[in-house]
Design a protein around this ligand. Structure first.
Ligand code: AP5
Ligand code: ZN
Length: 217
């Protein structure tokens, strides 16, 4: 199965993708995570991407499509994949079709997380994660069970993303509206889009996605 989770910044793509990884052994391919890893490692791609990401703008189509191709090559052909944060432009949507076809895969489904933009600023600016294992938390919606201790690995160190401030989030939203939302009609025309209410609690969104997957395969 090859599915895309589509939605604006803070819609819950990463949250839901990691649930699907845990529950179904699917693999999450997040271009945002790949780029952040490249920035952290100081690779040439990371050096190029950092300023663009900090400004909330989009990294070049060639770079992100290249990352996706490489990552797919490293996976077995029978592994199910969730694309999170990719594709984000019409050029990336086209590239993805080619990338999948070249590897004997095809896009099965697109799940759009439909959300209220005003609520997203709050979701994103309240977000933090474990510095050691990456588990995601939120100041109000998902605090560690024991104060200041990661539920998963016990670490007491947490971090916030540099692009998670209100101003950058507004730029990221504008980029989504201008460049990413317009690719939905491409997939609508293929009849493979399902819209899920991303404002529901995390478990309910997960249930709704499970229902889609059960019929998409
Ligand atoms: P990327 O890392 O993809 O960020 P994004 O799209 O802005 O998405 P987020 O990670 O902010 O949000 P999410 O939808 O995953 O939400 P989450 O689950 O964390 O991209 C970052 C940057 O990299 C881009 O700006 C760009 O520069 C570059 N980039 C990446 N891919 C690119 C590409 N393909 N092309 C070009 N450039 C690219 O949830 C958010 C918070 O809300 C969490 O705290 C969570 O706990 C909480 N939450 C989640 N669901 C719910 C719920 N149902 N109810 C209440 N709270 C919830
Ligand atoms: Zn942890």
């Amino acid at each position: 199965l090859n599915i895309i989770l589509l939605g604006p910044p803070g819609a819950g793509k990463g949250t839901q993708a990691s649930r699907l990884e845990d529950e179904h052994g699917m693999v999450q391919l997040s271009t945002g995570d790949m780029l952040r890893a490249a920035v952290k490692a100081g690779t040439p791609i990371g050096l190029q991407a950092k300023a663009v990401m900090d400004a909330g703008e989009l990294v070049s189509d060639e770079i992100v499509s290249g990352l996706i191709g490489e990552r797919l090559d490293a996976l077995g052909g029978d592994v199910s994949v969730i694309f999170d944060g990719y594709p984000r432009t019409a050029a990336q949507a086209e590239a993805l079709d080619d990338i999948l076809a070249a590897r004997g895969r095809k896009l099965d489904h697109v799940i759009e997380l439909v959300v209220d933009e005003d609520a997203l600023i709050d979701r994103i600016t309240g977000r933090f994660s474990c510095a050691k294992c990456g588990e995601g938390y939120h100041d109000r919606y998902k605090l560690p069970t024991v104060a200041d201790m990661c539920d998963v690995c016990g670490s007491q160190e947490f971090k916030r993303r540099p692009d998670d401030n209100a101003e950058t989030v507004r730029t990221r939203m504008a980029e989504y509206r201008a460049k990413t939302a317009p690719i939905l009609p491409i997939y609508d025309a293929r009849g493979i889009v399902t819209r899920v209410d991303g404002m529901a609690p995390i478990d309910e969104v997960n249930d709704a996605i499970e229902t889609v997957l059960a019929t998409a395969g």
